[in-house]
Design a protein around this ligand. Structure first.
Ligand code: TRP
Length: 327
């Protein structure tokens, strides 16, 4: 039996290099694996759980779908869709919310963090965020969810809900697991933490051209280029990580011996690295440009993706309704 994979991304800004290496590449690998059915969703309903601008949201949700396609997600192999186009997500979420208590949801660290971040937006939608995510997963009876460690509390909620629905109403939801994709940890250009849209100077966009990539790398902190020991943390360590990711292990070793020998000239390193990154991003950029001239194709892909998703989602909702006495 094939296993079902479901993955969602909130449409907060465009994809950057970190998302690409850490997430999109893993999604691509799963899509190519014949053991899996893959459902890839833009979680636009989840965007309503924190402050948002409607006109921006209506653009960004499509933009993420275009990013998915540009990176090589293939509508022939994966269902690529936008969450709000499959109304069963919101519907099932309500049914599922009946088995969870307010207390359980209020104690989630992710909820508390967001309330701290947006004290004036402690809405019911925010409290329900993990239930909506459980609904995303259980609608397709997905057993594998490729998300980061930070999503583990939400995965726990999804498993709890699955168990309760199975015990109370005789559903057969599998216990979904977080799937650790081989995705790389992509560090910030600024030397600390990971690449993130919310940290200025930390990221490279998938749409950046060579000059922009060079400029962004130019801002990455360095040192004198020489020393007894190659730094293990900070700006230089991160630059070497990028060298490894885009130019290979051997190249990294070369730079490491330069560091303890004659010294690294960072101008040259950054220039070479910019070329290597540009080479990897060029086809994605081109695909995006091409897709932007074919909005009707993108619309069709999204529509067909939603139809594919609905075909499964509606069966699950009918089953849940029937077992809960609503059928
Ligand atoms: N909560 C996820 C995140 O912030 C996004 C998401 C929403 C998701 N629904 C999902 C991820 C379903 C996986 C499966 O990253």
């Amino acid at each position: 039996m094939k296993k079902t994979v479901l993955q969602g991304m909130r449409p907060t800004g465009r994809l950057h290099l970190g998302n690409y290496l850490g997430t999109a590449k893993g999604m691509l690998a799963l899509q190519e694996n014949p053991d899996f059915d893959t459902y890839y969703m833009v979680a636009d309903v989840h965007a309503l759980t924190t402050p948002f601008d409607p006109s921006e949201l209506s653009i960004s949700r499509k933009s993420v779908a275009i990013d998915y396609l540009s990176c090589g997600l293939d509508p022939e192999k994966s269902a690529i869709f936008i969450q709000s186009m499959v109304p069963e997500h919101a519907e099932l979420a309500f049914y599922l919310s009946s088995v969870m208590t307010i207390a359980r949801m209020q104690h989630l660290p992710t909820f508390k963090d967001k309330v701290k971040q947006y004290p004036d937006h402690a809405t019911m939608a925010l409290l329900n965020y993990p239930i909506l995510m459980a609904s995303d997963i259980l609608l397709y009876k997905a057993s594998m969810v490729p998300v980061g460690l930070d999503q583990e509390p939400h995965m726990e909620i999804a498993r709890e809900i699955a168990r309760k629905m199975n015990d109370l109403y005789g559903m057969d939801f599998p216990a979904p697991q977080r799937y650790k994709s081989k995705g790389e940890y992509v560090p910030s250009l600024m030397g600390e933490g990971k690449m993130s849209k919310s940290v200025n100077g930390s990221f490279i966009n998938l749409t950046d051209d060579f000059e922009t990539i060079k400029k962004r790398l130019g801002g990455a902190p360095t040192d004198s280029g020489k020393g007894e020991m190659v730094p293990k943390t900070g700006g230089v360590a991160n630059l070497l990580k990028f060298v490894e990711l885009f130019e290979g292990e051997e190249k990294r070793k070369e730079y490491e011996s330069m560091y303890t020998g004659s010294g690294i000239r960072y101008g040259d390193l950054k220039n070479e690295l910019a070329m290597a990154i540009d080479k990897e991003l060029a086809p994605i950029r081109e695909k995006r440009k091409e897709l932007e001239t074919r909005p009707e194709y993108v619309d069709r892909v999204i529509k067909e993706g939603a139809e594919k998703a609905r075909a499964i989602a509606s069966v699950t909702v009918a089953e849940v309704k029937q077992k809960m006495g609503l059928g």
